[in-house]
Design a protein around this ligand. Structure first.
Ligand code: NAP
Length: 211
Protein backbone atom coordinates (compact mmCIF):
# COMPACT_ATOMS: atom_id res chain seq x y z
CA UNK A 1 0.00 0.00 0.00
CA UNK A 2 2.82 2.37 0.88
CA UNK A 3 4.52 1.78 -2.51
CA UNK A 4 1.26 2.46 -4.27
CA UNK A 5 0.94 5.78 -2.47
CA UNK A 6 4.52 6.79 -3.33
CA UNK A 7 4.05 5.88 -6.99
CA UNK A 8 0.74 7.73 -7.00
CA UNK A 9 2.40 10.87 -5.64
CA UNK A 10 3.50 11.71 -9.18
CA UNK A 11 -0.10 11.96 -10.38
CA UNK A 12 -0.93 15.12 -12.26
CA UNK A 13 -4.69 14.81 -12.00
CA UNK A 14 -6.61 12.71 -9.47
CA UNK A 15 -10.40 12.46 -9.52
CA UNK A 16 -12.23 11.64 -6.31
CA UNK A 17 -15.47 9.79 -7.06
CA UNK A 18 -17.57 10.43 -3.97
CA UNK A 19 -20.85 8.64 -3.35
CA UNK A 20 -22.85 6.34 -1.14
CA UNK A 21 -22.68 3.55 -3.74
CA UNK A 22 -25.58 1.63 -2.21
CA UNK A 23 -25.11 -0.17 -4.54
CA UNK A 24 -22.56 0.94 -7.15
CA UNK A 25 -23.91 0.46 -10.71
CA UNK A 26 -22.97 0.94 -14.37
CA UNK A 27 -24.10 4.61 -14.27
CA UNK A 28 -21.35 5.36 -11.74
CA UNK A 29 -18.74 3.37 -13.68
CA UNK A 30 -19.55 4.96 -17.03
CA UNK A 31 -19.46 8.41 -15.39
CA UNK A 32 -16.03 7.79 -13.87
CA UNK A 33 -14.62 6.46 -17.12
CA UNK A 34 -16.08 9.35 -19.16
CA UNK A 35 -14.58 11.92 -16.78
CA UNK A 36 -11.23 10.12 -16.79
CA UNK A 37 -11.11 10.30 -20.57
CA UNK A 38 -12.48 13.83 -21.00
CA UNK A 39 -10.35 15.47 -18.32
CA UNK A 40 -7.21 13.34 -18.83
CA UNK A 41 -7.36 12.04 -15.27
CA UNK A 42 -4.52 9.71 -14.21
CA UNK A 43 -6.51 7.93 -11.53
CA UNK A 44 -10.10 7.84 -10.31
CA UNK A 45 -10.32 7.15 -6.59
CA UNK A 46 -13.73 5.87 -5.55
CA UNK A 47 -14.49 7.04 -2.02
CA UNK A 48 -17.59 5.36 -0.56
CA UNK A 49 -19.10 7.62 2.11
CA UNK A 50 -18.69 6.75 5.78
CA UNK A 51 -21.45 8.33 7.87
CA UNK A 52 -22.46 11.38 5.87
CA UNK A 53 -24.16 14.24 7.71
CA UNK A 54 -27.18 14.34 5.39
CA UNK A 55 -28.43 10.74 5.77
CA UNK A 56 -29.77 8.81 8.75
CA UNK A 57 -27.35 6.00 9.62
CA UNK A 58 -30.03 3.27 9.41
CA UNK A 59 -31.05 4.27 5.85
CA UNK A 60 -27.75 3.17 4.34
CA UNK A 61 -26.19 -0.31 4.01
CA UNK A 62 -23.23 -1.15 6.21
CA UNK A 63 -20.03 0.63 5.17
CA UNK A 64 -18.16 -2.68 4.62
CA UNK A 65 -20.83 -3.93 2.19
CA UNK A 66 -20.67 -0.69 0.19
CA UNK A 67 -16.87 -0.71 0.21
CA UNK A 68 -16.64 -4.35 -0.94
CA UNK A 69 -19.21 -3.87 -3.72
CA UNK A 70 -17.20 -0.87 -4.94
CA UNK A 71 -14.00 -2.95 -4.98
CA UNK A 72 -15.75 -5.75 -6.93
CA UNK A 73 -17.12 -3.26 -9.46
CA UNK A 74 -13.85 -1.42 -10.14
CA UNK A 75 -11.27 -4.21 -10.07
CA UNK A 76 -11.06 -4.65 -13.87
CA UNK A 77 -10.18 -1.01 -14.58
CA UNK A 78 -6.46 -0.22 -14.03
CA UNK A 79 -7.27 3.50 -13.66
CA UNK A 80 -9.73 2.92 -10.80
CA UNK A 81 -8.93 2.50 -7.12
CA UNK A 82 -11.08 2.44 -4.00
CA UNK A 83 -10.25 4.24 -0.77
CA UNK A 84 -11.28 3.37 2.79
CA UNK A 85 -10.54 6.92 3.88
CA UNK A 86 -14.18 7.71 4.81
CA UNK A 87 -15.17 4.16 5.75
CA UNK A 88 -12.47 4.10 8.44
CA UNK A 89 -13.02 7.62 9.77
CA UNK A 90 -14.90 7.71 13.06
CA UNK A 91 -17.96 9.91 13.46
CA UNK A 92 -19.60 11.94 10.75
CA UNK A 93 -17.59 12.14 7.53
CA UNK A 94 -17.23 15.47 5.82
CA UNK A 95 -15.87 15.88 2.27
CA UNK A 96 -13.53 18.68 3.35
CA UNK A 97 -11.62 16.26 5.64
CA UNK A 98 -11.26 13.77 2.76
CA UNK A 99 -10.01 16.40 0.33
CA UNK A 100 -7.51 17.85 2.82
CA UNK A 101 -6.23 14.36 3.67
CA UNK A 102 -5.70 13.50 -0.02
CA UNK A 103 -4.10 16.91 -0.67
CA UNK A 104 -1.57 16.09 2.06
CA UNK A 105 -0.80 12.65 0.57
CA UNK A 106 -0.50 13.71 -3.06
CA UNK A 107 0.93 17.22 -2.61
CA UNK A 108 0.29 20.48 -4.38
CA UNK A 109 1.40 19.22 -7.82
CA UNK A 110 -1.62 16.95 -8.09
CA UNK A 111 -4.75 18.69 -9.31
CA UNK A 112 -7.85 17.35 -7.56
CA UNK A 113 -11.24 16.78 -9.19
CA UNK A 114 -14.40 15.74 -7.36
CA UNK A 115 -17.03 13.80 -9.30
CA UNK A 116 -20.50 13.50 -7.91
CA UNK A 117 -24.21 13.75 -8.72
CA UNK A 118 -25.49 17.14 -9.88
CA UNK A 119 -27.76 17.41 -6.82
CA UNK A 120 -24.65 17.96 -4.73
CA UNK A 121 -23.94 21.25 -6.53
CA UNK A 122 -27.31 22.63 -5.43
CA UNK A 123 -26.58 21.67 -1.83
CA UNK A 124 -22.88 22.33 -1.63
CA UNK A 125 -23.20 25.58 0.33
CA UNK A 126 -24.74 23.54 3.18
CA UNK A 127 -21.62 21.32 3.39
CA UNK A 128 -18.87 21.91 5.96
CA UNK A 129 -16.40 24.61 4.79
CA UNK A 130 -17.94 24.92 1.30
CA UNK A 131 -15.59 27.72 0.21
CA UNK A 132 -12.54 25.62 1.00
CA UNK A 133 -14.06 22.53 -0.67
CA UNK A 134 -14.70 24.58 -3.81
CA UNK A 135 -11.22 26.14 -3.70
CA UNK A 136 -9.37 22.84 -3.45
CA UNK A 137 -11.18 20.87 -6.20
CA UNK A 138 -12.61 21.19 -9.64
CA UNK A 139 -16.13 19.76 -9.41
CA UNK A 140 -17.65 17.55 -12.07
CA UNK A 141 -21.41 17.25 -11.69
CA UNK A 142 -22.81 14.15 -13.38
CA UNK A 143 -26.38 14.62 -14.58
CA UNK A 144 -29.09 12.21 -15.55
CA UNK A 145 -30.67 12.76 -18.99
CA UNK A 146 -33.87 14.27 -17.57
CA UNK A 147 -32.02 16.69 -15.26
CA UNK A 148 -32.99 20.39 -15.19
CA UNK A 149 -29.87 21.66 -16.89
CA UNK A 150 -30.98 25.30 -16.86
CA UNK A 151 -31.14 25.43 -13.04
CA UNK A 152 -27.80 23.64 -12.77
CA UNK A 153 -26.05 26.07 -15.15
CA UNK A 154 -27.49 28.99 -13.18
CA UNK A 155 -26.16 27.54 -9.92
CA UNK A 156 -22.74 26.82 -11.45
CA UNK A 157 -22.51 30.43 -12.69
CA UNK A 158 -23.58 31.78 -9.29
CA UNK A 159 -20.91 29.72 -7.49
CA UNK A 160 -18.30 30.76 -10.06
CA UNK A 161 -19.04 34.45 -9.54
CA UNK A 162 -19.29 34.25 -5.75
CA UNK A 163 -16.44 31.86 -4.97
CA UNK A 164 -14.40 31.58 -8.19
CA UNK A 165 -15.23 27.87 -8.17
CA UNK A 166 -14.43 25.57 -11.05
CA UNK A 167 -17.45 23.38 -11.77
CA UNK A 168 -18.17 21.42 -14.92
CA UNK A 169 -21.01 19.11 -15.72
CA UNK A 170 -21.33 15.98 -17.77
CA UNK A 171 -24.55 14.48 -19.04
CA UNK A 172 -24.36 10.71 -18.62
CA UNK A 173 -27.20 8.75 -20.28
CA UNK A 174 -26.36 5.60 -18.29
CA UNK A 175 -27.17 7.50 -15.10
CA UNK A 176 -30.77 6.63 -15.95
CA UNK A 177 -29.76 3.69 -13.74
CA UNK A 178 -30.06 4.61 -10.07
CA UNK A 179 -29.17 2.96 -6.79
CA UNK A 180 -32.62 3.60 -5.35
CA UNK A 181 -34.27 1.89 -8.34
CA UNK A 182 -31.96 -1.13 -7.93
CA UNK A 183 -32.82 -1.39 -4.22
CA UNK A 184 -36.54 -1.20 -5.05
CA UNK A 185 -36.19 -3.85 -7.76
CA UNK A 186 -34.52 -6.28 -5.34
CA UNK A 187 -37.24 -5.70 -2.77
CA UNK A 188 -39.95 -6.31 -5.37
CA UNK A 189 -38.21 -9.38 -6.76
CA UNK A 190 -37.61 -7.76 -10.17
CA UNK A 191 -34.41 -8.30 -12.17
CA UNK A 192 -31.31 -6.15 -11.71
CA UNK A 193 -29.19 -7.98 -14.28
CA UNK A 194 -27.30 -5.67 -16.70
CA UNK A 195 -27.75 -2.65 -14.41
CA UNK A 196 -24.58 -3.35 -12.43
CA UNK A 197 -21.54 -5.67 -12.67
CA UNK A 198 -22.37 -9.33 -12.12
CA UNK A 199 -20.08 -9.78 -9.08
CA UNK A 200 -21.97 -6.93 -7.37
CA UNK A 201 -25.29 -8.54 -8.25
CA UNK A 202 -24.07 -11.84 -6.78
CA UNK A 203 -22.82 -10.03 -3.66
CA UNK A 204 -26.24 -8.41 -3.12
CA UNK A 205 -28.02 -11.77 -3.24
CA UNK A 206 -25.38 -13.61 -1.22
CA UNK A 207 -25.74 -11.17 1.69
CA UNK A 208 -29.47 -10.58 1.27
CA UNK A 209 -29.12 -6.83 0.81
CA UNK A 210 -32.20 -4.68 0.10
CA UNK A 211 -34.68 -7.52 0.78
P1 NAP B 1 -26.87 11.10 -2.69
O1 NAP B 1 -27.75 12.09 -1.95
O2 NAP B 1 -26.96 9.66 -2.29
O3 NAP B 1 -27.07 11.16 -4.24
C1 NAP B 1 -27.67 12.26 -4.87
C2 NAP B 1 -27.82 11.92 -6.35
O4 NAP B 1 -26.53 11.93 -6.98
C3 NAP B 1 -28.42 10.56 -6.57
O5 NAP B 1 -29.25 10.64 -7.69
C4 NAP B 1 -27.18 9.70 -6.84
O6 NAP B 1 -27.48 8.58 -7.69
C5 NAP B 1 -26.25 10.65 -7.54
N1 NAP B 1 -24.82 10.37 -7.28
C6 NAP B 1 -24.21 10.27 -6.10
N2 NAP B 1 -22.90 10.10 -6.24
C7 NAP B 1 -22.66 10.06 -7.57
C8 NAP B 1 -21.50 9.91 -8.36
N3 NAP B 1 -20.29 9.79 -7.79
N4 NAP B 1 -21.62 9.92 -9.71
C9 NAP B 1 -22.83 10.07 -10.28
N5 NAP B 1 -23.97 10.23 -9.59
C10 NAP B 1 -23.90 10.23 -8.25
O7 NAP B 1 -25.41 11.63 -2.54
P2 NAP B 1 -24.28 10.95 -1.78
O8 NAP B 1 -23.85 9.81 -2.61
O9 NAP B 1 -24.72 10.69 -0.38
O10 NAP B 1 -23.17 12.07 -1.69
C11 NAP B 1 -22.41 12.45 -2.79
C12 NAP B 1 -21.06 12.99 -2.29
O11 NAP B 1 -21.25 14.25 -1.64
C13 NAP B 1 -20.41 12.07 -1.27
O12 NAP B 1 -19.04 12.02 -1.50
C14 NAP B 1 -20.72 12.76 0.06
O13 NAP B 1 -19.78 12.48 1.08
C15 NAP B 1 -20.65 14.20 -0.35
N6 NAP B 1 -21.41 15.05 0.61
C16 NAP B 1 -20.70 15.74 1.53
C17 NAP B 1 -21.35 16.52 2.47
C18 NAP B 1 -20.53 17.29 3.49
O14 NAP B 1 -19.32 17.21 3.48
N7 NAP B 1 -21.15 18.02 4.37
C19 NAP B 1 -22.76 16.59 2.46
C20 NAP B 1 -23.45 15.86 1.51
C21 NAP B 1 -22.78 15.08 0.57
P3 NAP B 1 -27.31 7.09 -7.13
O15 NAP B 1 -28.26 7.00 -5.96
O16 NAP B 1 -27.67 6.22 -8.27
O17 NAP B 1 -25.89 7.00 -6.68
Amino acid sequence: MRNLMLKDKKLERLAIMGGTFDPIHYGHLVTAEAVRHQFQINKVLFVPTGHPPHKPFFDVSHTEHRYLMTVLATVTNPYFDVSRIEIDRKGITYTIDTIQHLKKIYGSNTELYFITGADAIHEILTWKDPEEVLRLCTFIAATRPEYHKKDLLKKIEQLRQQYGSKIDFLEVPSLAISSSDIRKRVQENRPIKYLLPEPVENYIFKFGLYQ
